[in-house]
Design a binder for this molecule. Structure first.
Ligand SMILES: [Zn+2]
Length: 251
């Protein structure tokens, strides 16, 4: 790998692109496979979130993935997530760039087990990456901003859960947290591009995985093009506060 900026792409369901050369990075959480490609004079490291064994959302090695990207020198991550819409106006096949999240999982969401570090989450996504993703996504597809509720899964939500969630959030999914928190702890800029693959429980007749696969196939080209533009345009110099988060949160 060269001395250029390093960008991490975390691919979700339907994104198992493994072009480029495979690199294995040892972490405190096991070995992680990254796929390296050079694009627009930048080093791009792709990680399929669910790995080769297609781990279920609660068993994804979030800590290993973020540590592997950090050890590789990655300073910016664009993540791809699949979500269900809880708002009629956010249609299936549209994209959502979350501006906040609410975590309903019971997952461990820190690297700091032995020291008191409270990272600031008042703006959980990197403002620079988020705006870039929003701009590039809006050019190609119907795109919204919104609040992402993270559930434990792997089951889908109940209708009552959705009735509650939709009063304070827009989309629901299983994979954003703890990834977004761990990236912040490591000082990596992070933003997410979410594909709406279905309406949440109670808003459509049934939820089936086949439908999700169909939506993915339809939107894949657009999402890859958006990611490409982001790789090209992520600013080399960081004017956001992401990289100081852990230092500022240390007691
Ligand atoms: Zn940032």
């Amino acid at each position: 790998m060269g001395r250029t900026m390093k960008i991490g792409i975390i691919g979700g369901t339907g994104f198992y692109e493994t072009e480029g050369s495979e690199i294995t990075v040892d972490t405190n959480y096991g070995a992680i496979s990254l796929f390296h490609q050079e694009k627009y004079e930048r080093d791009v490291l792709f990680v399929p979130r669910h790995g080769k064994k297609k781990a279920v959302p609660h068993a994804v090695n979030y800590h290993g993935i973020i540590e592997a990207l950090h050890r590789s020198g990655v300073t910016a991550i664009m993540a791809l997530n699949t979500v269900g819409s809880m708002k009629e106006e956010i249609g299936v096949g549209s994209l959502v760039i979350p501006d906040d999240f609410i975590d309903f999982t019971a997952r461990k969401s820190t690297f700091f087990d032995d020291e008191l570090v409270h990272v600031d989450m008042s703006e959980p996504f990197c403002p620079v990456l988020r705006k870039l993703a929003l701009k590039e996504a809006s050019r190609r597809c119907e795109t919204h901003e919104g609040v992402y509720v993270v559930t434990e899964g792997p089951r889908f939500e109940t209708r009552a859960e959705i009735r509650m969630f939709r009063t304070f959030a827009d989309v629901v999914g299983m994979t954003l947290s703890p990834e977004v928190v761990l990236a912040r702890e490591k000082g990596i800029c992070y933003a997410s591009i979410c594909l709406v693959s279905n309406y949440a429980a109670g808003m459509q007749k049934t939820l089936d995985v086949e439908e999700i696969t169909r939506v993915h196939a339809k939107r894949k080209k657009d999402i890859l093009a958006i990611i490409d533009e982001c790789i090209k345009k992520i600013p080399e110099r960081r004017n956001c506060g992401c990289h100081h988060a852990a230092a500022r949160g240390r007691l």
